[in-house]
Design a protein around this ligand. Structure first.
Ligand SMILES: [Zn+2]
Length: 96
């Protein structure tokens, strides 16, 4: 026999973008669509013990990605050993 007890369960219904403050959910029935910039700095780093978790909406993510690509490009023009943009800047999976 199962003994049932009513319980309250918390679930994530939305994730707010930490950059623009916008919702990452398009409405009822949709799950939040967001990116996470995460770091957990440990011993030996300059930020030992610091943790970061920044949530970005789709627009802010691609804006940030464009900024990172520009920064990488600028670093390449300074460096003698120019390298192609890292694969991390490209989607690891695309819809088929
Ligand atoms: Zn945003």
């Amino acid at each position: 026999m199962k003994v049932m007890t009513p319980q309250t369960i918390e679930a994530v219904s939305d994730v707010v973008c930490d950059l623009c403050g916008g919702s990452t959910t398009k409405g009822n029935g949709f799950t939040p669509e967001f990116a996470t910039l995460q770091a957990d700095w440990g011993y030996g780093s300059n930020h030992d013990g610091e943790q970061y978790e920044i949530h970005l909406c789709e627009g802010c993510f691609f804006s940030t990605l464009a900024t990172l690509k520009e920064q990488h490009q600028a670093n390449q023009t300074i460096s003698e050993h120019a390298a192609e943009a890292p694969s991390a800047f490209k989607p690891s999976r695309k819809p088929s």
